[in-house]
Design a protein around this ligand. Structure first.
Ligand code: NDP
Ligand code: 2IT
Length: 450
């Protein structure tokens, strides 16, 4: 067995019940191994062994009462993975599937993503198995207050700055910020994704989706293509999917599919801003299901499967695919169908939305593929810009933040090209992993064994 396989096997044995974490570690180790092995400095410092162990994991009880007065108990987590290049930074996820292994993968991925942004942020992730679906605003508030009633001890504007992720949006950030401020008696930039009138950055709500599409533009430009009149399939109907769709439409692309965890809508004419406004109303205001889209636009087709299954079953032609829902949503079989149907670019709005088999197929077929740590880094990058504005006690305009976001996405793209170009094909997986790794590994070594 090679040294690399021995290393991966040891990680597997130590984290046997954490498949997503192992999947993510394997991908990064496969990419950086040659760089690691050829460096005495990295090997002597055992930098990879140090990297795969989180600095700290916090697990806590969250007790709260529902509207009927019944006691509810959830589990809260914060994985503070690596702070070599800045304070811990990363989102909070509220979803019934949340457990330690899932958050370890997300926090590990975040280390390299944050490194790519060019900003000084370490990697973290947290959340709870709490399900906000079907809960009243008051129940969500009581849960968020109880969650922050413990988390506040472990975070701070110079220590760890959480933000949103699946199930955590502006409403939840507001409740958590209110509780932190009350307990600590201080108004600081301890969370990002705050409301625009109380410390939030303009463009942060849009940033992940917009940044994803800016990254796609950069990928396409390099091969002499653009988004105009291209057919685009987007999975998800939440924060990332909505603003990815908005930017694609602004750039003249045709968004024909969106989905949520229950069904996919196919709108062959393509969404426009009115239709997207309706999706935002259904998902953000009514907190309903995407299938309600057909109540107003009856000509669309609704199918109770995800976007990628639907493309395979109905042989739908798409040029660009943007998975923006969740991890491992796009598997090998559905990727084969995408390729067969002419897709030439896939970029991940979600974190690790492709299975390992799906990624391998895209790379083998030399399809442009932007992995999440590069393509969706615009969200956390703009969180970094929110932290800067909070420190300056100043707010930039929409145009200023959007301009900086575009520049950051270009810089990430350049780093991927620098480290991932091979025989005229840019392997963005390899490029992103090596560029992200080098900065963090060097910082760890410069700080000594600690
Ligand atoms: P939201 O909660 O706003 O939306 C998530 C969307 O994905 C919803 O439409 C949800 O469906 C759907 N979804 C969630 N889980 C599943 C599932 N198991 N199967 C099918 N559909 C599912 O989250 P975000 O848009 O913020 O996050 C989406 C992805 O993007 C995640 O992977 C997240 O980690 C990643 N990401 C988010 C960033 C951010 O700034 N928010 C930054 C970078 C990455 P339903 O509506 O039915 O719940
Ligand atoms: O996965 C991610 O990058 C996020 N959920 C955003 C994290 C952040 O701190 O803005």
């Amino acid at each position: 067995m090679s040294e690399k396989e021995k290393f991966i096997k040891a990680v597997e044995e130590k984290n046997a019940d954490q498949p997503e974490f192992i999947q993510c570690v394997r991908e990064i180790v496969e990419s950086v191994w040659d760089v690691y092995e050829s460096s005495d400095k990295f090997k002597k410092a055992r930098v990879l062994d140090l990297l795969v162990e989180p600095e700290r994991v916090i697990i806590f009880k969250v007790a709260w009462q529902d509207d009927a007065g019944d006691v509810c108990v959830n589990r809260g987590y914060r994985v503070q993975f690596n702070s070599a290049i800045g304070p811990f930074k990363g989102g909070l996820r509220f979803h019934p599937s949340v457990k330690l292994g899932l958050l370890k993968f997300l926090a590990f991925e975040q280390i390299f993503k944050n490194s790519l942004t060019t900003l000084p942020m370490g990697g973290a992730k947290g959340g709870s198995d709490f399900d906000p679906k079907g809960k009243s605003d008051n129940e969500v508030m009581r849960f968020c207050h109880a969650f922050m009633g413990e988390l506040y001890r472990h975070i701070g504007p110079n220590t760890d700055v959480p933000a949103g992720d699946i199930g955590v949006g502006a409403r939840e950030i507001g409740y958590m910020f209110g509780k932190y401020k009350k307990i600590k008696n201080e108004f600081t930039g301890v969370l990002t994704g705050k409301g625009a009138t109380w410390g939030g950055s303009l463009i942060r709500p849009e940033a992940t989706g917009y940044g994803l599409v800016y990254f796609v533009q950069d990928m396409l430009e390099l091969v002499g293509k653009d988004l105009k009149d291209k057919t685009v399939a987007i999975s998800g109907a939440g924060n990332v999917a909505q603003y990815a769709a908005e930017k694609v439409i602004q750039l003249g692309g045709k968004v024909i599919m969106l989905c949520d965890s229950h069904s996919t809508v196919i709108d062959e004419i393509g969404l426009d801003s009115d239709k997207l406004g309706h999706v935002m109303h259904i998902k953000n205001v009514k907190r309903g299901r995407i299938k309600e889209y057909s109540d107003k636009y009856p000509s669309v087709c609704v199918i109770g499967k995800n976007v990628w299954e639907v493309i395979k079953e109905k042989n739908i032609k798409v040029d660009v695919a943007l998975p923006c829902a969740t991890q491992n949503e796009l598997d090998g079989e559905n990727t084969k169908a995408l390729i067969k149907n002419g897709c030439f670019c896939v970029a991940a709005g979600a974190n690790m939305p492709l299975t390992s088999e799906a990624v391998a197929l895209l790379r083998k077929n030399k399809i442009l593929y932007g992995p999440g740590k590069a393509a969706n880094a615009g969200g956390v990058a703009t969180s970094g810009l929110e932290m800067t504005q909070n420190s300056l006690r100043f707010n930039w305009t929409r145009e200023e933040v959007d301009g900086k976001l575009k520049e950051i996405m270009k810089s990430i793209h350049r780093q991927c090209v620098q480290y991932g170009s091979e025989d005229g094909y840019v392997d963005y997986v390899k490029g992103a992993n090596i560029a992200g790794f080098l900065k963090v590994a060097n910082a760890m070594i410069e700080q000594g064994v600690c």
